[in-house]
Design a protein around this ligand. Structure first.
Ligand SMILES: NC(=O)c1ccc[n+]([C@@H]2O[C@H](COP(=O)([O-])OP(=O)(O)OC[C@H]3O[C@@H](n4cnc5c(N)ncnc54)[C@H](O)[C@@H]3O)[C@@H](O)[C@H]2O)c1
Ligand SMILES: N[C@H](C(=O)O)[C@H](O)COP(=O)(O)O
Length: 323
């Protein structure tokens, strides 16, 4: 049984939860929604439950809900930081259920970073918070996985100027090791092929346009190759995502958030899934956010949440086999 977090109650999470349940209520994967039941009531049959076991029996006929309360009424498209505690509580309780073995994986509905950070939430988003909850702070890696491409940004939710300053040989090495282990353990890739993007145009053209490739990136690749990892690069970023290039690797390590997420969401927005590597639990999420601009209008596409649910179930099975 998967546990699906509430996400921001003013976002499209409730809508895509209902649409996803309608799509998989008979086929699975089954999930329990950990959030305010009123977010779903009226759009689908809802059954408040008190345990995962109870949720299993209910799923084909109603959305099982482990209930949380909201501090303020949820108004689609109008986020309210008074509800941030319920957003955060849902994540924490979902992780606890998986750590306790009661649920098999966490799938998170989108949250608004801005809304939760207004309440002093110390993390840029789910990913580092999940690592803290799991007792592995700093070990988390964000991967976006779609049918055409997998990307991992080495620097993530920071301003681009800061991202370039954050780049280091050690950070690239730590990230690559976590990625290789995660692909072996959870994606059943015994010898994952990692391709590393350069930072500068033409990957710096031998120092003509920047020296990060020579000073930071290549030393990481060389050291990891010496450890036996199948890792190559740094490649000119503008040709790293062509069909021909993508056929030669299993994941692209990118130097900053949008260097990887633009091609991923361009190619696979509907099927893309955010997977957190480096955790003792499985966690996936849709690749998109709260979509406040369309919340409550019946326009939200549940495809990425469906892909996240299905991938979480698959990864959970894979992890059991490799455990
Ligand atoms: N996994 C997550 O929790 C997550 C991911 C990305 C962004 N966010 C957060 O979401 C908030 C909004 O971020 P944003 O506007 O940059 O990105 P967004 O993904 O919420 O929206 C970008 C555009 O894509 C559209 N869109 C997104 N998902 C859609 C769907 N399922 N169906 C139809 N259209 C969809 C939106 O309507 C919008 O026009 C921010 O606070 C951000 O931090 C959260
Ligand atoms: N995958 C999203 C993106 O970067 O576009 C999201 O922000 C991820 O953040 P968290 O899963 O850490 O909330």
């Amino acid at each position: 049984m998967l546990v699906l977090t509430q996400g921001d109650p003013a976002g499209i999470g409730p809508e895509i939860t209902v649409k996803a349940w309608q799509a998989v209520r008979h086929s699975g994967p089954a999930f329990v929604f950990l959030g305010a039941p009123e977010l779903l009531e009226g759009a689908a049959p809802v059954q408040v439950v008190s345990s995962i076991a109870e949720a299993e029996a209910v799923f084909p006929s109603a959305i099982p809900v482990l209930p949380l309360g909201l501090a303020a009424p949820a108004i689609p498209g109008t986020p309210d930081s008074r509800n941030a505690p319920s957003v955060i509580d849902s994540i924490a309780k979902a992780v606890a259920l998986v750590l306790d073995g009661a649920a098999s994986a966490v799938v998170t509905n989108p949250i608004s970073k801005e809304v939760v950070q207004k309440t002093g939430f110390a993390h840029p988003g789910h990913t580092s918070y999940l690592a803290e909850l799991c007792g592995v702070p700093g070990q988390d890696v964000m991967m976006l996985a779609g049918p055409s491409l997998r990307v991992v940004p080495v620097t993530v939710h920071v301003a681009l100027r800061k991202a370039i300053d954050q780049l280091s040989t050690n950070l690239i090495m730590q990230t690559a090791r976590t990625v290789a282990k995660g692909l072996q353990r959870d994606f059943a890739l015994s010898a994952p092929r990692l391709a590393v993007a350069g930072l500068n145009p033409h990957a710096g053209e031998n120092g003509l346009m920047g020296s990060e490739e020579q000073d930071i990136i290549l030393p990481a690749i060389t050291a990891l190759q010496a450890e036996g990892m199948d890792i190559t690069g740094p490649y000119p970023p503008d040709t790293l995502f062509t069909p021909q290039a993508r056929a030669k690797y299993d994941v692209a390590l990118c130097m900053y958030h949008d260097q990887g997420l633009i091609p991923l969401k361009t190619l696979d927005m509907a099927e893309g899934v955010n997977v957190t590597l480096g955790l003792p639990i499985i966690r996936t999420s849709p690749d998109h956010g709260t979509a406040f601009d369309i919340a409550g209008q019946g326009l939200a596409d549940p495809s990425s949440l469906l892909a996240a649910l299905r991938l979480a179930a698959q990864l959970s099975e894979n992890r059991k086999k490799t455990a």
